[in-house]
Design a protein around this ligand. Structure first.
Ligand code: ATP
Ligand code: MG
Length: 358
């Protein structure tokens, strides 16, 4: 059809179960496109990068890899890491290289409770909860600033400094992003996370910027919560959360807590966004390469398929994204579950069920 939109997507399955779950997500997206009445389709290019590539070439990705990726509409990523390659080499050589160079400063990690999945918090038949952790993805505690051997006084006296970087621009853009996101949700509320009682520079700036930005969104409810109290709140009052905005480190920890509370790391989706849209954004499950179950057809594909739904949102298909999320919930609700969530289904059975439920 002449007015069909073709989305050009770079697929990077990379390592371990990444290969299985990217194939799963692609199958769901292609099924959706086939059913779109010719409105849209996906043009996939697959890149063989990752630890296997490193073992052969000494490179995690091609030297000109970023150039190759630059013009795609989005990147669909699996998981990086394998015992044969040190973690910092594999992570920085591929995933973080893409995140940094494509200025993916907003990391969106929805925490979704699925029907039929028992969470450590709740019974399987309780009303499902969902909230979204928005992680500042470009500075903060992971800015890489500091150094070692700073005492100048020899062995036994080493001093190391690990410095956080908070810029007003960096804080403001992630907060505006969080507020804009809150406006799209049923409960328009942003919870800001800090540790400003104990860290008197960066976190206080964070609080000040939050207050200033909040004033531009009088229709959105707000709260400011210390990270320790927020950890408790995740467990004790999760129904009180809608959008949680936090620094790189705090959101990293909280979003892992969230995915564990939802029942399994294998269920958690994420998006690394360049909201300015100068560069492609990257969509990936939160979990790693899971070497212990790789290649056995048992990986939970829902985190990757949920990430595909986030990619649909980003590509301008929010209704289709919801369709995917509803199909996921219908599948879990019917008890079609992989072993990590106490089921007996294999990856391809879960995928087939989700496609059926579309
Ligand atoms: P990374 O260091 O890359 O964050 P990790 O080593 O901390 O990753 P994973 O590779 O995600 O962790 O594995 C942690 C545990 O979760 C493993 O026992 C693994 O089998 C399990 N796991 C991870 N992803 C999945 C999945 N999609 N389906 C089922 N189990 C999974
Ligand atoms: Mg790992």
């Amino acid at each position: 059809m002449s007015d069909a939109v073709v989305h050009r997507i770079a697929a990077i399955p990379a390592d371990g179960v990444g290969v299985e779950v990217v194939a799963a997500g692609r199958a769901v997206l292609d099924a959706l496109a086939a059913d779109s009445g010719g409105r849209f389709s996906f043009d996939w290019a697959e890149f063989p990068w990752g630890c296997g590539y490193y073992d052969k070439t000494g490179l995690m990705m091609d030297e000109d890899g970023l150039e190759a990726l630059r013009d795609f509409d989005a990147i669909y990523f699996g998981a990086v890491g394998w015992p044969s390659v040190p973690d910092h080499v594999s992570l920085w050589g591929l995933r973080l290289r893409i995140c940094q160079n494509f200025d993916q400063w907003a990391n969106v990690r929805p925490v979704r409770f699925h029907p039929g999945v028992t969470s450590p918090l709740r019974k399987a038949d309780d009303a499902p909860l969902d909230w979204i952790v928005v992680r500042e993805n470009s500075e903060g505690e992971y800015a890489g600033l500091g150094g070692r051997n700073l005492s100048g006084r020899g062995p036994g006296n080493e001093v190391a400094l690990q410095t956080s970087l908070f810029t007003e621009t960096g804080c403001e853009r992630i907060m505006r992003f969080a507020f804009d996101l809150a406006r799209t949700r049923q409960v328009s509320k942003v919870s800001s996370v800090t540790k400003s009682n104990a860290q008197q520079h960066g976190m206080v700036l964070w609080d000040e910027v939050f207050e200033r930005v909040a004033a531009d969104y009088p229709d959105v409810a707000t709260e400011s919560v210390l990270v320790d109290a927020m950890s408790a709140k995740f467990v004790l009052q999760p129904e009180d959360l809608s959008v949680v905005v936090a620094s790189n480190l705090h959101a990293d920890i909280l979003s892992d807590l969230g995915s564990a509370l939802a029942g399994s790391l294998g269920l958690a989706a994420s998006a690394n966004l360049n909201p300015d849209r100068r560069f492609p954004s990257m969509f990936e499950p939160v979990h790693g390469s899971a070497p212990d179950i790789a290649g056995e057809g048992l990986a939970n594909p829902i985190g990757a398929i949920g990430s595909a739904a986030l990619m649909l949102d980003h590509l301008g298909h929010p209704a289709e994204a919801d369709r995917v999320r509803r199909a996921i919930d219908a599948t879990t609700g019917a008890g079609v579950l992989t072993p990590d969530v106490s089921g007996r289904a294999r990856t391809d059975e879960v995928v087939a069920s989700i496609i059926d439920n579309l």
